[in-house]
Design a protein around this ligand. Structure first.
Ligand code: PLP
Length: 431
């Protein structure tokens, strides 16, 4: 029997991260996924051109919205997520912005907690309101009834992060999904900090999952990329989404009903927003994301192991006043983390320093191993002062709602020898 591992849903996660979605027989038997560095593709015969442009046939015509390298990545991600349809995008922000555009039109609202990545907050507080789309911020990210109370006739979705940025607060995805579904709106989960290895939000009722693939999926700080994955099956024709309904009515002539209806969100995202706004991932980037994904589970195991050790070290350090990491028994998210993150609640730790802003500055200026940069999810360990970088420019009350204070430092724990990381933090923490 010939090689079949590209198409076997029974395989384990680590096997799938190496094999899913790529059949060498379709690519001249190349074992590495080829980079199709091509702006446009031969349409073939005249009728095929028509089929491609009406989307009746799946294929590639132009790399602003489709490319064979990206399609391997999209299939691999859908497989790792436990099914569905994926769309690769130019960045995590491109994924989030295009998801909002696809969900909502002028007059609509998206319900969110305040504990989000700063860029997403800016989209919903400053950019989208200019076009009539409003972010409705729930006062308490942990209060499920607050999400439900915020949903009105104008709501088109609830958007959360599975592990919040920067404090790794754990969202009760199942309860939030139930609340959203009671009102006919989808739950979208930014699963960047968790990755599908640590958590698959579809298993708890999420409808769409998105990533900054810049982080753990790429894994080495060498690219900017984003991905959106749709579980399939949310009823987009329930009356809340006239723009999706119009799209359905236009395309039903060409695309089989089952696939169109099941993945209506992804199809419209691709055929409308990628086609005309063009924030697709480059095929070279898709290749590098695929390379990163090949070792995802192995890296994540080491990331969470190191993070747990470092969180424990920080929690007992006299210079530290507070540590936010859901793997610590004192964390308000400890029980939730045990349920949602049996393999470990990620590797982003934020902590506050007794010495205030000056102590945070001193620490960042004196670490020798941690890199001072705004990224997370690199194999290498990184450190940042959130108030003057990722959350810079947000009003103080917005920063504080996100758990960012002037004495807060965030680290993204890498896969180095943990003893070296602890030694480095210890020598730079001013007592
Ligand atoms: N979502 C989260 C949770 C993030 O931390 C980030 C970036 O830091 C983004 C989205 C945006 O991703 P990108 O930088 O790839 O645009």
């Amino acid at each position: 029997m010939a090689y079949q591992a590209f198409n076997d849903d029974e395989l384990g996660f680590t096997t799938k991260q190496l094999h899913a979605g790529y059949d060498p027989a379709e690519h001249h038997m190349a074992k590495a996924v080829p980079i199709y560095q091509d702006a446009a593709f031969e349409l073939g015969d005249f009728d095929r051109g028509i089929r491609l442009f009406s989307f009746a046939e799946e294929g590639d015509s132009y790399s602003r919205y489709s490319n064979p390298t990206n399609r391997v990545l999209e299939k691999r991600m859908a497989s790792l997520e436990g099914g569905g349809e994926a769309v690769s995008m130019a960045s995590g922000m491109a994924a989030i912005a295009n998801i909002f555009l696809n969900l909502a039109v002028s007059g609509d609202e998206i319900v969110v907690p305040g504990t989000l990545y700063g860029g997403t907050i800016t989209l919903l507080k400053k950019i989208f309101p200019q076009y009539g789309i409003k972010g409705v911020f729930v006062p308490d990210a942990d209060d499920i009834s607050a999400y439900e109370a915020a949903i009105t006739d104008k709501t088109r979705g609830v958007f959360i992060e599975s592990l919040g940025n920067p404090n790794s607060n754990v969202a009760d995805i199942e309860k939030i999904a139930e609340a959203a579904h009671r009102h006919g709106v989808p739950l979208i989960v930014d699963n960047t900090f968790a990755t599908p290895y640590l958590l698959r939000p579809f298993e708890y009722g999420a409808d769409i999952v998105c990533y900054s693939a810049t982080k753990y999926l790429g894994g080495h700080g060498t690219l900017i990329a984003g991905i959106c994955v749709e579980r399939g099956g949310f009823d987009w024709l329930n009356g809340r989404f006239p723009q999706l309904e119009d799209f359905y009515n236009e395309k039903i002539e060409f695309i089989p009903e089952a696939g169109l209806r099941k993945y209506l969100f992804s199809k419209r995202l691709k055929m409308t927003y990628l086609c005309d706004l063009g924030a697709y991932m480059s095929p070279t980037t898709a290749f590098y994301v695929l390379q990163g994904i090949e070792t995802l589970s192995l890296r994540m195991e080491r990331h969470v192991q190191n993070a747990q050790r470092i969180a424990e070290f920080l929690a007992s350090h006299p210079a530290v006043s507070e540590v936010s990491y859901p793997g610590l028994p004192g964390s308000p998210y400890y029980e939730a983390a045990k349920r949602y993150f049996p393999k470990g609640p990620g590797a982003i730790i934020s902590f506050r320093l007794k010495g205030g802003f000056e102590a945070a500055k001193y620490l960042i200026e004196n670490v020798r191993l941690f890199d001072f940069m705004v990224n997370v999810g690199d194999a290498k360990s990184l450190i940042v002062h959130a108030a003057t970088s990722t959350h810079y420019g947000q009003p103080i009350e917005v920063q504080e709602a996100a758990g960012v204070f002037e004495d807060t430092v965030r680290i993204s724990v890498g896969i180095e020898d943990v003893e070296d990381l602890i030694k480095d933090l210890d020598q730079a923490l001013r007592n």
